[in-house]
Design a protein. Structure first.
Length: 340
């Protein structure tokens, strides 16, 4: 299970993960006026429609995902029957609504991040609770064409519950949870360049956090929500944007629903914040951010409220996979934001 906890407490709970419990909730859509669809024209506002797809073969949460050539690849996650992390890789083809199993990731882990650069999926960081346990700086690259994994230069700062985004051929690993960071919450930003196989340190995120989400819109990386207020322990509603060209961060309009364990996907120049939890309630909430107006609107909630979900965009739809709400899920639901 991947609720926001100290690393020590979290490790203790992993061993009891099969008995985890949670609760469910879904918010109601709120009308909005318009959204940008292609960055140039505005289309009539729609709250969007969700549909259920073929389930992922392995139920899991705290997994990572990436899309290569229209195929969704899901990697790692929590947890096997003995409480250890998965090294499972499963691929979903929206054209056939079917799943296939691929070569296993060399390092089993959960709470990792992933990004795709030039058709290669990079799995970064995470935790394996059965490696003493160990917070990882491991970087492994999957080539879907060859169905093989290779090990790359490790991330300088080991961390779990980080987020990642790709801009101009570089993978940015942002935030996370690690004893290497002050108070264990990280504002670290490190960039991996596959062309040189090297890491560089970038301007730190203003707000240290973990279990947040990242989306990239027009060359800027947006970090949304996450855990936690150092005094109250409540989730954050903070949104901050990173411009890699200037190596600077700016604060944006806060997300309406503060939560952690959410996912973010971008479609048509709009960032969608999906799911998550505030520890008491697991959300199906979907809120859409328009960078052009620095504003949020509420969309149709995901049918299955869940925490530690992953999502990715393929074509004109966003696919939400896995997660947890009292049990590990293999649920797959697809969101079309243009539907009424």
């Amino acid at each position: 299970m991947s609720r926001p906890l100290s690393i020590v407490a979290a490790i203790c709970i992993f061993a009891l993960v099969a008995g985890a419990a949670g609760c469910s909730s879904a918010s109601s859509p709120t009308p909005a006026s318009q959204v940008h669809w292609n960055g140039i024209q505005k289309e009539p506002q729609a709250v969007g429609k969700w549909t259920t797809k073929a389930p992922m073969p392995t139920a899991r949460e705290a997994l990572a995902a990436g899309v290569v050539n229209g195929i969704l690849y899901t990697v790692g996650g929590c947890c096997t029957s003995d409480g250890s992390a998965w090294n499972t890789v499963e691929a979903y083809d929206p054209a056939t609504n079917s799943w296939t199993t691929k070569a296993s990731m060399p390092t089993a882990r959960m709470n990792l991040a992933a990004g795709v650069v030039n058709g290669i999926l990079y799995a970064v960081g995470g935790l394996n609770p059965h490696l003493n346990p160990e917070i990882l700086n491991t970087v492994e690259a999957y080539d879907p064409a060859a169905n093989t994994w290779t090990t790359k230069a490790p991330m300088p700062t080991p961390r779990l519950s980080l987020a990642a985004g790709v801009v101009n051929g570089k993978l940015y690993a942002v935030g996370g949870d690690s004893p290497s960071c002050a108070n264990q919450d990280c504002n670290t930003v490190e960039a991996y360049d596959p062309s040189t196989g090297t890491w560089t340190t970038e301007a730190p995120m203003p707000t240290a956090r973990y279990q947040f989400a990242v989306g990239v819109v027009q060359g800027k990386l947006y970090a949304v929500s996450g855990c936690c207020n150092q005094i109250s322990g409540a989730p954050l509603n903070i949104v901050e944007a990173f411009d890699p060209a200037a190596n600077t961060w700016t604060t944006k309009a806060p997300v309406p629903t503060a939560r952690y364990g959410l996912s973010a996907s971008v479609l048509g120049g709009i960032l969608y914040a999906i799911g998550g939890s505030n520890q008491f309630t697991d959300f199906g909430t979907v809120e859409a951010y328009d960078p052009a107006t620095d504003s949020w609107t509420t969309k149709t909630p995901m049918p299955t409220p869940r925490f530690a979900v992953s999502s990715r965009t393929i074509g004109g739809r966003i696919f939400a996979v896995g997660g947890e709400t009292g049990r590990f899920l293999h649920k797959v639901e697809a969101f079309n934001p243009r539907k009424p």
